[in-house]
Design a protein around this ligand. Structure first.
Ligand SMILES: Cc1ncc(COP(=O)(O)O)c(C=O)c1O
Length: 308
């Protein structure tokens, strides 16, 4: 990477790998590591950094001054794109799904503080956000921009996520059998698939009825999909951002046992699913699993205190 774009910002890369221990892992003879992408940067953590990295480089290469992207009112991606704009010197526009309301929630007020210009599309128009008509209307309104899709999941997201595998190959000398990640749009999983040759990839869908994910991931991979991956649809807990007492208890116990913060929308569901599958002997004895910590912790108190 020859660009000097990222020189001024200190990123904790390669992100650390941490081994977990628990009676269950011992009993089932499973080695479990967490790839701590949550520690990359307080504001650009997890898969957000991985997915934005090559998009930012491309924006720079194309001499774009402004980045426009889409997201819901609580979007981790909006949060991260706003922070990246401020850190790396891009103007940012966030097109938010639904009506505007005051006061802004913490995600949107953070984005605004970072200098992101917020605009809103009603839900019907938002569904058409990728159509030429809506994009050209946005171009008329905001001038020239580099477009990053909702969730940051496009072709440019793949090489950044693929770097996770390169790092793991060095850190664990290639000795791991599975890599697990939470799946929203599937961009992170697609990036992992694009690079891993020997390992199996397991995605945990956080949305209900996410059968479309297989097709979306395959399409991100340019319709050439190797056979070494699958998406588990059983741990959505009722849908996006839904949780129940069992999941909340699991997240609390996980944090207490391993001293790693997780949240119930993405990483909590993945770890819950992963431990459940370990209990059910989904993985053969002596498997080594890496669970990707994709961040998303900015709502946690610990981060809101330090993450400025
Ligand atoms: C914390 C966190 N983990 C996982 C994901 C899922 O990533 P993807 O949309 O690439 O499947 C997201 C959404 O981008 C996220 O914010």
């Amino acid at each position: 990477m020859s660009s000097k774009l990222f020189d001024l910002v200190q990123l904790n890369l390669p992100s650390p790998v941490q081994q977990l221990s628990s009676p269950l892992l011992e009993k089932k003879q499973i080695k479990l590591y967490v790839k701590r992408d949550d520690l990359i940067h307080p504001l650009l953590s997890g898969n957000k950094w991985r997915k934005l990295k090559y998009n930012l480089l491309e924006a720079e290469k194309l001499q774009k001054k402004k980045i426009l992207t889409f997201g819901g009112a609580y979007s981790n991606h909006i949060h991260a794109t706003a922070a990246a704009g401020k850190l790396f010197g891009f103007d940012t526009v966030g097109i938010i799904r639904g009506e505007s309301y005051e006061p802004l929630n913490p995600t949107l007020s953070f984005a605004k503080e970072q200098g992101m210009l917020l605009d809103y599309l009603n839900r019907k128009t938002y569904r058409l956000k990728n159509t030429p008509e809506v994009i050209s209307r946005l171009k008329e309104k905001y001038g020239d921009f580099y477009l990053v899709p909702e969730g940051g999941s496009n072709q440019m997201a793949l090489p950044g996520c693929a770097e996770i595998i390169n790092e793991l190959n060095e850190q664990l000398e290639g000795k791991f059998d599975y890599i697990c990640t939470a799946c929203g749009s599937g961009g992170t999983l697609a990036g992992l698939i694009s690079s891993a040759e020997k390992q199996k990839m397991l995605g945990f869908a956080v949305l209900k009825g996410a059968d479309f994910l297989n097709e979306d991931v395959t399409s991100l991979l340019g319709n050439t999909s190797p056979p070494n991956w699958q998406i588990n649809l059983n741990y959505h807990f009722g849908g996006y951002a839904k949780k129940d007492q069992q999941l909340s208890n699991f997240c609390r116990d996980f944090e207490n046992s391993h001293n790693i913060f997780i949240e119930p929308t993405y990483t909590g569901k993945m770890f819950f699913g992963l431990f459940d599958l370990i209990k059910k002997d989904f993985f053969i004895k002596n498997s080594t699993i890496v669970a990707l910590h994709t961040g998303g912790l900015q709502g946690k108190e610990i981060y809101s205190k330090t993450g400025s």
